[in-house]
Ligand binder design. Structure first.
Ligand SMILES: N[C@@H](CC/C=C/[B-](O)(O)O)C(=O)O
Ligand SMILES: [Mn+2]
Ligand SMILES: [Mn+2]
Ligand SMILES: [Mn+2]
Length: 310
């Protein structure tokens, strides 16, 4: 693939410093070379620079609205231009509020996207249902048309127009969903596969059903937004909101292999690596292994055309 890599050092969508180090940690772990060794042509777009806006006081309890709004506008513009230049975009976060910008920019460039949201959390609180006021718990409410009426227009988000339908979203890995989010999921019938579903059906059936739910004809570009806290904290301890009982290393790899195999992956977010929490080496190594499966590495083995085999 032609892969456009973008660093998104964002942390103000949540309270724990450290997610701004995510892009650096992945780079230091050699993510660029790893992708090149898999035969991809990698264009490194560097790390976005975000400014912290002064007296960015909470508005209706929402924290750092101007800083997070301005950052996501930059993310949207960058992802838009990367997708427009026919590159498979890898956005390295940064807290998960980044997905508001990456989905927005992606949808502007590719109007028919579906969103596969792999996460312990639903991240679809509106500013009115959120109890924390942390925007990393709200990105999907800002970009979903059906929720527009419930999302107050906040200063800093004038640029953000709802660009997907909740029918285009499917969840995998849920195990910590707020009441307001459950209400939204039930009311709008959002496709979702929780860890209970993974236990009941197995990851193979979950991924098949998840893709069928949003893209039955198997034709639409895929936005994968992967929150490392979807995985079990034993393998991704360095994250801000860990929840026990997560996806195994193998289940995480399996999801990525199937999505890569569709050939329709268009944007991949990897979010919520926080190097200041727990053992960040394990977390970053796991994240790199998981991302490799998005960009062509197969557990059954790869041979690259360069070997000249028929
Ligand atoms: N639902 C909680 C937790 C949000 C978790 C966000 B994360 O999935 O991006 O880590 C909230 O709204 O504060
Ligand atoms: Mn999460
Ligand atoms: Mn259910
Ligand atoms: Mn998340």
């Amino acid at each position: 693939f032609k892969v456009g890599v973008l660093g998104v050092p964002l942390s103000k969508g949540q309270p724990r410093d450290g997610t701004e180090n995510g892009p650096k940690a992945l780079r230091n772990a050699g993510i660029i070379k790893v992708l090149e060794d898999l035969g991809n042509q990698v264009i490194d777009h560097g790390d976005l620079q975000f400014e912290t806006i002064e007296n960015d006081n909470p508005k209706d309890k929402i924290k750092n609205p101007k800083t997070v709004g301005a950052a996501n506008k930059k993310i949207s513009d960058a992802v838009y231009s990367i997708v427009k230049s026919e590159q498979l975009c890898l956005t390295m976060g940064g807290d998960h509020s980044m997905a508001m910008g990456s989905i927005h920019g992606h949808a502007l460039a590719e109007p028919n996207i579906v969103v596969v949201w792999v996460d312990a959390h639903a991240d679809i609180n509106t500013p009115l249902t959120s109890s924390s006021g942390n925007i990393h718990g709200m990105p999907l409410s800002f970009v979903s048309k059906e929720l527009e009426a419930y999302v107050p227009k906040l200063k800093g988000f004038e640029w953000c127009f709802p660009c997907i339908s909740v029918k285009d979203i499917v969840y995998i890995g849920l195990r910590d969903v707020d009441e307001g989010e459950r209400c939204i999921i039930e009311h709008f019938g959002i496709a979702h596969y929780s860890m209970q579903d993974v236990d009941r059906m197995g990851i193979g059936e979950v991924v098949d059903k998840a893709l069928k739910a949003v893209d039955p004809t198997g034709t639409r570009p895929i936005h994968l937004s992967f929150d490392v806290d979807a995985l079990d904290p034993a393998i991704t301890p360095s994250t801000g909101t860990p929840v026990a009982g997560g996806l195994s290393f193998r289940e995480g790899q399996y999801i990525m292999e199937v999505l890569a195999n569709t050939g329709r992956l268009s944007v991949v977010d990897i979010a919520e690596i926080n190097t200041t929490v727990g053992n960040s080496d394990v977390t970053v190594k796991t994240a790199v292994e998981i991302v490799k499966k998005c960009f062509g590495q197969k557990r059954g083995g790869n041979f690259l055309p360069s070997y000249g085999l028929p």
